[in-house]
Unconditional design. Structure first.
Length: 318
């Protein structure tokens, strides 16, 4: 081997090593913790018991959860975001619009010809990514919401499509290096306890600040359905970002737990679209134990994880 070839090999190995280290470092420095095994664990076993529809495509999987209620699931990205299309007789409501990687409006249009109104559970990037595809958007009127409506990227979205966060392939034409949330505009600001009429279906807005200042849940009281957004989902619940208010979260969880006896199903915004209402009581009790110092956390990537049966609370270090 000539000296020139030896030098070339050395440089090639060095570049490959640097690339591997950079990928690992990016995952570690991201605003969001990453479990390396997440892709290998898919599909989640709970989905075997759900009715998958032919509205699914290469990016979205669509499941019929209840009559007129569709879960639009994004299994190919680490967030495993779930948006919900809820049908009435006169109009439909899309609760969250996902990452904005696939075209969620096309999915909604394939499911229904009804006019579609968007309502966001909160304005984190993974729940408003498709907002720009719609004109009728309901949202809270907070400074936090207004700032997020400007779009662009932040510490959490900037590497959302990095290779270690993708399971499978991106849709044609989507580039990880140019991903950002497009600007959008709210057409109406909702109030706490406001009722949204879809025609033969009434949905009630319940403000649940804590995870973010503009977090809310959606209640179909007649059918016993509660769409919980990121206030509850099975898995590590993120409560570590600067906008999180744990005191407000505690009050919101207490409020939701009181609804549990009258509920039949929870519909969370990540991982799995169905959960038993009893989890709201367990969540309330878990939060109380954390506040009382009765649970020792594990330290995960510089954050405190308080682990419970079926979920955990991921808080910033003190």
């Amino acid at each position: 081997m000539t000296q020139t070839l030896k030098n070339y090999v050395r440089w090639s190995l060095a570049i490959a090593a640097f690339a591997a280290v950079s990928t690992f470092a990016r995952a570690q420095q991201s605003g969001e913790p990453l479990r390396p095994e997440w892709c290998r664990e898919l599909p989640r076993p709970e989905y075997k018991n759900l009715e998958r529809t032919n509205f699914s495509n290469d990016w979205f999987e669509v499941y019929l959860i209840r009559p007129g209620v569709y879960a639009i699931y994004e299994p190919h990205q680490f967030e495993e975001v779930i948006s919900y299309l809820i049908l009435g007789k006169k109009r439909a409501l899309l609760f969250d619009t996902g990452l904005g990687v696939g075209h969620i409006r096309e999915v909604a249009a394939n499911i229904t010809k009804l006019p579609v109104t968007v309502l966001n559970s909160h304005t984190h990037f993974d729940h408003t990514g498709g907002n720009a595809e719609f004109t009728d958007i309901l949202n809270e009127d907070t400074s936090y919401s207004r700032e997020n409506a400007k779009g662009q990227s932040n510490i959490y979205s900037r590497d959302a499509l990095a290779p270690e966060r993708i399971c499978g392939t991106l849709p044609k034409g989507v580039r990880a290096d140019s991903y950002s949330v497009r600007p959008w505009r709210a057409s109406h600001h909702v109030s706490d306890r406001e009722h949204i009429q879809l025609g033969d279906r009434t949905l009630e807005v319940i403000f649940t600040p804590g995870h973010t200042p503009d977090s809310l849940c959606l209640l179909d009281r007649a059918r016993g359905l509660l769409f919980t957004g990121d206030t509850f989902y099975p898995g590590p619940i993120y409560l570590f970002t600067p906008e999180t208010d744990f005191e407000a979260y505690t009050r919101s969880v207490d409020r939701l737990a009181k609804l549990a006896p009258d509920l039949k199903l929870l519909l969370p915004a990540h991982n799995v679209p169905v959960a038993e209402p009893l989890y709201l009581v367990r969540l309330r009790d878990a939060v109380a134990k954390v506040r009382a110092g009765q649970v020792e956390p594990a330290v995960v990537e510089g954050r405190r994880e308080f682990r419970f049966d079926g979920f955990s609370l991921l808080l910033a270090m003190k």
